[in-house]
Design a protein around this ligand. Structure first.
Ligand code: SF4
Length: 432
C-alpha cells in the first residue's frame, strides 16, 4: 500500500507525459473529482497504456494547500487498464467547450510516484487468457496460415484471420489461432439495439468511429461447425462463444445458432457453448437452451431500466426481456453472467446497488464480469441525460458488499470454461 497519493500526470500534447509534483492526482466518480485512498492504487499492470486527453486539464490537489485546482501545464492523462482489471475511478479533468469527443476506450485515473505509474484498480480475474505477455505474434501468424489452408472456403475463418486476428488484434481470435481457450463465433450483421457506444457501428454524424467494422455476411451453420468442433475437441479449457465485438446481435441469427449447436453436440460433448448477447429475445434463448447452450453473458450498462434504455435504444424489446433471458438459462441449469460496464459514480451509486441486489436474487445470477466501460465519460452521461449521479458507495466497496451478501456469486472478466462451471472453480491458471 502506498504511504501517500501519487502525483498528477500531464502531457505536452506531443505524446510526452510528465508528472507535476505540486499536485496530487484525484479520481472521478460521476461528475465529481475526489481524493483517492492510498490503498486503492496499484502499479499500472503490464499491457496498460497511457492516453493524453486533448482539450482537457487534469484536476489535482495542491500538495501545500490541500486545495483542488487544475494542472495548467498540459493536457490531462488517463490510463487504459488491461483486461482482467476493474477500475475504481475515472481520470478527473475539466473539459474545454471545443474538446473533441474521446474514442471508445476506458479512461481510468493515473498518477506517478517513486518512478512508477499507478492506477486505482484491482485484478478481478485470475484467468490469463488475455494477458498481453501470452501472445507471440509470429505463432499467431503461423496459426492463421494453417487455418486458412485447412478451411480455404470458410468465410468466417477468413474474417477471423484477416480482420479480427491480424487487423483488430482481437485477443479471442488470436487465442483461436493459437489453438487454446475461448474461440469466437461472430454470426450477425444486424442488431436490434442502437447502443450509444457501439463498438461495431457508429452513425455517420458521430465524430467517433467504431473500433471494428461489423460483419457483412450471414455465416452458415456448416461454416460455424467446421472450425468450432475441432477447437472443442483439441483446445485446453475449450469454449466457443457466439456474440463478438465485430457483429450485431447474435440472437437475430438464433435459428442458425440452434442448428450449429445441434451439429456440434453430435460431434463432441466437450467444452462450453456460450453466447454473448444483449439478451433481447428470451424465447430464442429458450430454444438454444433446449439443444445444449451451456452459458449466457448478457451485456448491460445498468440494471436500472431508465439508465439502460436511453443507452441501448432497443428496437422491439424491453429491459424486462433481458432479465427474462437470464431467468430462462438459470431455469435450464445453465451458467449466467452479466457483462457489466463499470462506470464509477453510476455502477456504484446507491440506486444501482439496490437494483443489482434485486436482479441477482430474481435471476439466480452466477457471475458478474466487471468490465471497464469503454466510452468518453462526459459524452456518455450527456447522451443519457444524467446530470446528477446521486449518492455513491465507491466501486471497491460495491464489490465487497455484493460479495458479502452473495458469497456464491463469481467475479471475473471472462466466460468460464466448463471445467470451472462444473468442476473446481478455483483453477490455478498460472500453471495450467
Ligand atoms: S447490442 Fe452490441 S452490436 Fe448491438 S448496438 Fe449494442 S454494442 Fe452494438
Amino acid at each position: 500500500m502506498l504511504t501517500q497519493s501519487p502525483y498528477i500526470l500531464y502531457s505536452d500534447g506531443n505524446g510526452n507525459i510528465f508528472e507535476d509534483t505540486s499536485l496530487y492526482v484525484t479520481g472521478r466518480t460521476g461528475w465529481e473529482a475526489i481524493p483517492v485512498a492510498e490503498d486503492e492504487w496499484i502499479e499500472l499492470p503490464q499491457g496498460g497504456q497511457l492516453y493524453e486527453l486533448p482539450g482537457r486539464r487534469g484536476i489535482g490537489i495542491d500538495v501545500k494547500t490541500g486545495e483542488m485546482r487544475l494542472c495548467e501545464k498540459g493536457w490531462a492523462v488517463a490510463a487504459f487498464i488491461p483486461p482482467a482489471h476493474t477500475g475504481f475511478y475515472l481520470a478527473a479533468y475539466e473539459t474545454a467547450p471545443d474538446a473533441p469527443t474521446l474514442p471508445l476506450f476506458c479512461y481510468t485515473a493515473a498518477g506517478w510516484l517513486n518512478e512508477k505509474f499507478y492506477v486505482p484498480c484491482i485484478r478481478i480475474e485470475q484467468d490469463i487468457r488475455q494477458d498481453c505477455e501470452g501472445y507471440d505474434e509470429s505463432v499467431v501468424e503461423s496459426g492463421v496460415q494453417k487455418a486458412l489452408e485447412i478451411y480455404p472456403h470458410n468465410r468466417l475463418v477468413q474474417h477471423l484471420a484477416n480482420n479480427c486476428a491480424l487487423t483488430y488484434k482481437c485477443p479471442a481470435a488470436r487465442n483461436y489461432f493459437l489453438g487454446r481457450w475461448e474461440c469466437p463465433i461472430p454470426s450477425s450483421p444486424a442488431c436490434n439495439a442502437n447502443c450509444v457506444g457501439c463498438i461495431s457501428f457508429q452513425p455517420e454524424d458521430e465524430t467517433i468511429v467504431s473500433t471494428q467494422d461489423r460483419l457483412t455476411f450471414k455465416p452458415s451453420a456448416e461454416e460455424i461447425v467446421e472450425y468450432t468442433v475441432p477447437h472443442l475437441e483439441t483446445a485446453p479449457y475449450p469454449i466457443v462463444s457466439f456474440g463478438q465485438g465485430c457483429e450485431g446481435e447474435p440472437l437475430l441469427m438464433w435459428q442458425t445458432i440452434r442448428e450449429s449447436i445441434i451439429e456440434m453436440r453430435k460431434h463432441t460433448p466437450k467444452g462450453s457453448i456460450n453466447i454473448n448477447t444483449n439478451g433481447s429475445k428470451p424465447d430464442a434463448v429458450r430454444e438454444l437452451c433446449k439443444v445444449g447452450l451451456d452459458s449466457i453473458r448478457v451485456s448491460l450498462n445498468s440494471v436500472r431500466k431508465h439508465i439502460y434504455e436511453p443507452y441501448y435504444c432497443p428496437n422491439n424489446y424491453t429491459f424486462e426481456d433481458i432479465i427474462e433471458s437470464l431467468r430462462v438459462v438459470n431455469g435450464f441449469g445453465g451458467w449466467t453472467s452479466i457483462n457489466y460496464f463499470v462506470f464509477p459514480g453510476m455502477t456504484d451509486s446507491v440506486e444501482e446497488y439496490e437494483a443489482l441486489r434485486k436482479v441477482i436474487k430474481d435471476t439466480g445470477l452466477k457471475m458478474i464480469q466487471w468490465r471497464n466501460f469503454n466510452i468518453d465519460p462526459d459524452w456518455y452521461l450527456g447522451k443519457i441525460n444524467v446530470t446528477d449521479t446521486g449518492e455513491f458507495l465507491g466501486v471497491k466497496q460495491l464489490l465487497e458488499l455484493i460479495q458479502e451478501e452473495f458469497p456464491h456469486l463469481k467475479y471475473g472478466y471472462f466466460n468460464p470454461p466448463i471445467e470451472r462451471i462444473k468442476g473446481n472453480y478455483e483453477i490455478d491458471f498460472a500453471h495450467h
